[in-house]
Design a protein around this ligand. Structure first.
Ligand SMILES: NC(=O)c1ccc[n+]([C@@H]2O[C@H](COP(=O)([O-])OP(=O)(O)OC[C@H]3O[C@@H](n4cnc5c(N)ncnc54)[C@H](O)[C@@H]3O)[C@@H](O)[C@H]2O)c1
Length: 246
């Protein structure tokens, strides 16, 4: 398949790109690099055998997305591009509505024009908000009541997709999508080619690891965990330069 991965230079997107390449798909990435790293894709290029293309640009740029869909004969879209920091979204809600909601609207217009029929959307647990105690652990059917602008943009994105899919179905056109509402993603490519590299970091697991690395915290750790958190001699296999990691 020919797959467009938006946000493919970011953390989750770059891991999706790696997997798509190893499954013999052709991949084109659109990423404006506000957060992601070109280096992550450069690390994947040698094994791509010409099946990986990168276009720097914004998903809200209809003409650019349209050109990419046409030039690469895209069959499926995996949409990871978004602004994704909950706290920042409270301070800059309009930036979040523009990047996430306008971005999705523009992307879907291009998808409609080029009749792309498969779409994977990176949604978020943030669409659930703060579930009541009796709703935890959260089930997929838990009411979606986001409490941040970020979470609301992701919920609106799901509505955009649902309405778009309904309209296509009524018009007798094929379109299937899935919205994955994951929680804090953690971990890295087992081969160590790419990893998580957000600046600033706002995700739970890297922050816990950073805290555990602090000298006063290390004293309280189990010796085996302390050994695993010993400073590395080689640079971390994250996507960016060591000084960009926090
Ligand atoms: N990391 C998590 O734990 C987590 C959890 C739930 C959902 N998500 C969602 O998964 C997706 C990816 O998350 P991530 O952690 O990999 O984030 P990330 O910031 O590492 O990756 C997002 C990528 O999108 C790019 N981007 C942002 N806005 C863009 C735009 N308008 N046009 C083009 N490119 C743009 C960024 O440069 C970046 O490379 C996001 O949609 C996020 O909301 C992430």
């Amino acid at each position: 398949m020919n797959v467009l991965v938006t946000g493919g230079a970011g953390y989750i997107g770059s891991h999706a790109v790696k997997r798509l390449l190893s499954d013999a798909h052709r991949v084109v990435v659109i990423d404006n690099l506000v957060m992601g790293h070109r280096a992550a894709l450069e690390r994947l290029t040698p094994r791509a055998e010409g099946r990986l293309a990168f276009v720097q640009g914004d998903v809200a740029d209809f003409n650019l997305v349209e050109r990419v869909l046409w030039e690469h004969k895209v069959d499926a879209v995996m949409h990871f591009a978004a602004l994704a920091a909950v706290g920042e979204s409270v301070v800059k809600p309009l930036a979040y509505y523009h990047a996430n909601v306008t971005g999705m609207e523009s992307l879907l217009r291009a998808v409609e024009k080029h009749n792309v029929t498969r779409f994977v959307f990176s949604s978020s647990c943030a669409t659930y908000g703060q579930p009541a105690d009796d709703q935890v652990p959260v089930r997929e059917s838990c009411p979606q009541q986001p409490i941040s602008p970020y979470g609301r943009t992701k919920l609106v994105n799901e509505w955009q997709l649902r309405d778009f899919a309904d309209a296509r179905r009524r018009a007798g056109k094929d379109f299937a999508f899935v919205a994955l509402r994951y929680f804090n993603v953690a971990g890295a490519d087992p081969e160590g080619l790419i990893g998580e590299d957000h600046t600033p970091e706002s995700h739970l697991v890297p922050l816990v690891i950073q805290a555990a690395r602090l000298p006063h915290a290390r004293r309280h750790l189990h010796p085996r965990l302390r050994a695993r958190l010993r400073p590395r001699r080689r640079p971390c296999p994250g996507a960016g330069p060591p000084e960009s990691r926090r």
